[in-house]
Write a protein that binds this ligand. Structure first.
Ligand SMILES: Nc1ncnc2c1ncn2[C@@H]1O[C@H](COP(=O)(O)OP(=O)(O)OP(=O)(O)O)[C@@H](O)[C@H]1O
Length: 569
């Protein structure tokens, strides 16, 4: 298998935004949506702006002192030269200190910005819930969270502060130069304005190509993630080469889109360089007509200092472009609305946890037919109801509706007579423990995985829950007992062991309602016995296939094609 991966060089990007438009260049200089997002990180950005302005002031002071020293030299005023050179050194030392402070603050600001943005995105993702991830490619979301946010760091911490510096420093310098040499000042004003404005005419194209490149990048990252997650399946079906060819195609797409971007980027860079050189040459020509040495030197040094922020802006732009190309993904994530609204007011989970489904009908977003139709049944407090029926009958859908991953289109679900929409999501989900078909264990120790359900559980409580779930014995035999690290997704454990840990986790949650989704598919008779102890006193909705499991239920609800065929006592 040959996999060729070509990633874009992060320093060579161009800008992208949803707001494409030929005359919208200035919006690209400061992206509206990214500016809104910056609302939460104003402080760190303001600190970078302040230090950026201080560094520029130090550069200008050094240049002016140098010009004054050179003109004093021409006059033969040696004491003045010595004094001015001493001041120049003092400014150089101050500037070095300011540069160090600016770098430190930039790194700090970048870290703060990334942490705040990721917190915001993760919190929103948690609100969106699993319903969002069934509709989106996990790899896209992951690329947005990792590479997208990483790309926003230089945008906020380097590029945005430099925009402010670039709009302040040249304006101030040109204004002052008008008092020294009006012709040179006019030439510089035109050149700086041209460097900033003319490349904006190419921005519409840059925006389009930037978005294409980001999509290609996210697709490649998603395919890589899927390839790693599905490697066992790919090998089992001898499909590794096929996937390798697909990854190579994706990598080629990324290469092509990156090169298309770079061509436009080069045009932009070339035009900027042309105006900088033309402006410098024009100012030097004007300086030849100067009436004094001071005037000539002042024109020369101010010309250099005028273009310095403009060049720095271009460098900062190349470092920060990834943030702009990623903004679509971030925007998509932030503008997605959760499948259910958290409008409930009640924080107390009902003491009598009788669950009632009443004429519940639900259609998945985008689906043509309802997954469940007019479903009604009751799970009495402390009893177990087994949901049975062929694959696709709607069993998991009912369990998802009970946890409010979705809301039914029609009908109501209530617990203890309270419509579950009147409970806060935290109260509802805190009252329901789930043992799912596919148990997810995180990369961490056994104890850490168990404590997800109750972070303050003592070691004794962990062991007690594990004993009830028939998990304690195998945990005790692991190399480090409860401190043994289980691999990502718990791959170092057997299916049955993973499920017993999930049962122990649900026990620790100590919720009045249990949802067991084929929870006993991997466990032996002893564990089934333990599980029936666990169910005692709890209201339990059990998705079951096997006769053994079904026998443990107090009632059986038979589903077919999304409707209740019969309810068996
Ligand atoms: N996220 C989804 N989007 C659209 N349709 C879905 C989604 N999840 C399930 N469905 C559809 O809803 C119907 C009921 O599915 P559900 O998973 O509830 O069945 P099930 O009885 O639990 O099946 P199984 O026993 O195979 O797990 C099926 O037709 C299925 O294709």
């Amino acid at each position: 298998m040959k996999i060729i991966t070509i990633y874009a060089l992060p320093q060579q990007g161009v800008n992208s935004s949803p707001e494409a438009g030929r005359w919208e260049g200035l919006r690209v200089i400061v992206h509206r949506r990214l500016l809104q997002l910056a609302g939460s990180v104003k402080g760190p950005i303001a600190a970078c702006v302040g230090l950026g302005l201080a560094v520029s002031a130090a550069y200008v002071a050094q240049a002016v002192l140098l010009a004054a020293a050179l003109s004093a030299l021409v006059r033969g005023d040696v004491p003045a030269v010595v004094r001015l050179v001493a001041w120049t050194f003092a400014v150089i030392v101050t500037r070095a200190a300011l540069l160090w402070a600016r770098e430190s603050v930039t790194v700090w600001a970048g870290a703060v910005i990334k942490a705040r943005l990721r917190d915001r995105l993760i919190a929103h993702l948690a609100r969106l819930g699993p319903a969002h991830l069934t509709g989106a490619r996990t790899g896209h979301v992951q690329t947005t969270l990792v590479d997208g946010v990483e790309g926003l760091d230089p945008y906020y911490s380097r590029y945005l502060p430099q925009v402010v510096v670039t709009f302040c420093v040249p304006v101030a310098l040109v204004g002052w130069l008008f008092t020294v040499n009006a012709a040179a000042a006019a030439i510089l004003a035109v050149a700086v304005a041209s460097v900033l404005i003319i490349p904006r005419f190419w921005d519409a194209t840059l925006l389009k190509r930037g978005r294409g490149r980001w999509t290609a990048f996210a697709e490649l990252a998603s395919d890589h993630l899927e390839a790693m997650q599905g490697m066992a399946t790919l090998r089992a079906f001898g499909a590794v080469d096929t996937l390798g060819a697909r990854l190579a195609r994706r990598a080629h797409d990324l290469y092509v889109t990156t090169m298309r971007q770079l061509r436009i980027s080069l045009v932009e860079t070339g035009i900027s360089a042309l105006f900088i050189q033309a402006g410098t040459a024009g100012a030097i020509l004007a300086a030849t007509t100067a009436g004094s040495a001071w005037e000539a030197f002042a024109v020369l040094v101010i010309t250099v200092e005028c273009f310095r922020p403009v060049k720095n802006l271009s460098d900062a732009w190349h470092a920060g472009y990834l943030g702009i190309t990623a903004v679509d993904g971030i925007e998509d994530l932030l503008s997605a609305s959760p499948a259910v609204e958290d409008r409930g007011r009640r924080n107390d989970f009902p003491a009598v946890a009788t669950i009632t489904f009443e004429r519940v009908t639900f259609t998945y977003p985008g689906a043509e037919h309802p997954a469940v139709r007019d479903v009604g049944f009751t799970v009495e407090h402390g009893r177990t109801v087994a949901l049975v029926g062929p694959s696709g009958a709607g069993k998991s859908t009912l369990a998802a509706l009970l946890q409010r991953h979705y809301d039914p289109g029609q009908g109501t679900i209530s617990i203890g007579g309270v419509d579950i929409r009147d409970l806060t999501l935290d109260a509802l989900r805190g009252g329901i423990a789930v043992v799912a078909q596919d148990t997810y264990l995180f990369h961490g120790t056994v104890a850490e995985n168990l404590r997800l359900a109750r972070p303050d559980a003592t070691d004794e409580e962990l062991a007690a829950a594990a004993r009830l779930a028939a998990a304690h014995d195998f945990i005790a035999e692991l190399p480090d007992g409860y401190d043994t690290r289980v691999g990502e997704r718990g791959t170092t454990l057997s299916g049955g062991q993973r499920q017993r840990l999930a049962i122990a986790r649900a026990l620790l949650a100590d919720a009045p309602v249990l949802v067991l989704d084929e929870a006993t598919s991997h466990v032996d008779a002893r564990t089934e016995q333990a599980l029936s102890e666990v169910r005692r006193g709890r209201t339990c909705l059990m998705i079951a296939h096997r006769p053994d499991t079904i026998r443990q239920a107090d009632h059986v609800v038979v589903l077919e094609n999304g409707t209740v065929l019969e309810a068996v006592a």
